[in-house]
Write a protein that binds this ligand. Structure first.
Ligand SMILES: [Zn+2]
Length: 271
């Protein structure tokens, strides 16, 4: 069984179909990310652009709140961002926050206003890091070293998605820096590299070998970046590939269990 910490939603899925697909593939839990509020047509003119998308993901995870873990996609440049963090945790029972720095840097004041709020709730965060696809000049905002700002928010356990490819060395160095920093107030391992694909296989094998040699196996979590959680084939594709890659890297059964399950439980605060 595995936990997939990086699954996108469209807002139209059925919870029971997702659960069926998970059973077929052998997935114990999924982190389901709400639709980006700034890309949601219904929210565009609203004074609370986050509300509709958070409502939708909260409804979806009701099908099984143990196995379906709802994350709020917060866009800090929108006027209701801080209010949306509170709404997500207090009224909707969502369990973490996802952000993509897109034309703002991770130390942006508007983002920091959100981190301050998330820090109070001691919730996990998932950040997009690494190259950001699309037709705009976005990757410059997503370099892993910018996440050192999170040293100021010691209650937030955060994961850097795609292990920041192509800046995997920089990602692992940041993970190492957080380990070495003195103020571990909640958990020694409060920074994680999400191994969600992005890196072409030849780089991924190389990066995993280096990352595991440098950091050990306690800071990696598995994600698929799946965009169709109702489809077992879509959910299993990267799971199969990443198992193969980690086997190629010589990982033991214990290491596999940490990367596919136990580390995610710690990051999510399940145990
Ligand atoms: Zn993604």
């Amino acid at each position: 069984m595995a936990i997939d910490v990086h699954v996108h939603t469209r807002g139209t899925e059925s919870g029971s179909k997702i659960l069926k697909a998970m059973d077929k593939v052998g997935l114990e839990r999924l982190v389901l990310l709400s639709v980006p509020p700034h890309e949601s047509g219904s929210a565009r003119d609203s004074k609370r652009p986050h509300k509709a998308v958070l409502d939708r993901v909260a409804r979806l995870v009701k099908a099984d709140p143990e196995r379906l873990i709802g994350f709020a996609w917060i866009e800090p440049t929108l006027p209701d961002a801080v209010e949306a963090v509170r709404y997500a945790f207090e009224e909707k029972g969502l369990r973490g926050v996802k952000m993509i720095p897109n034309h703002w840097y991770p130390a942006d004041e508007r983002a920091q206003a959100c981190y301050a709020e998330i820090n109070k709730y001691k919730k996990p965060m998932l950040f997009h890091t690494g190259i950001l696809w699309g037709d705009s000049d976005t990757s410059q905002y997503c370099r892993p070293a910018y996440y050192e700002i999170m040293l100021h928010y010691p209650n937030i356990r955060f994961a850097m998605a795609h292990m920041s490819w192509p800046w995997t060395d920089e990602c692992f160095a940041v993970c190492g820096k957080f380990r070495a920093a003195a103020d571990y107030q909640v958990s020694k391992w409060r920074v994680y590299a999400d191994i969600t694909s992005g890196a072409p296989r030849i780089w991924k094998v190389d990066a995993m070998r280096k990352g595991l040699a440098y950091l050990g196996d306690t800071q990696f979590v598995y994600g698929s970046d799946c965009f169709d959680a109702e489809d077992p084939e879509a959910l299993s594709r990267n799971l199969i590939m990443d198992r193969e890659i980690l086997e190629e890297c010589g990982c033991s059964a214990e290491t596999m269990e940490r990367i596919f399950t136990k580390n995610a439980e710690k990051w999510l605060g399940i145990r």
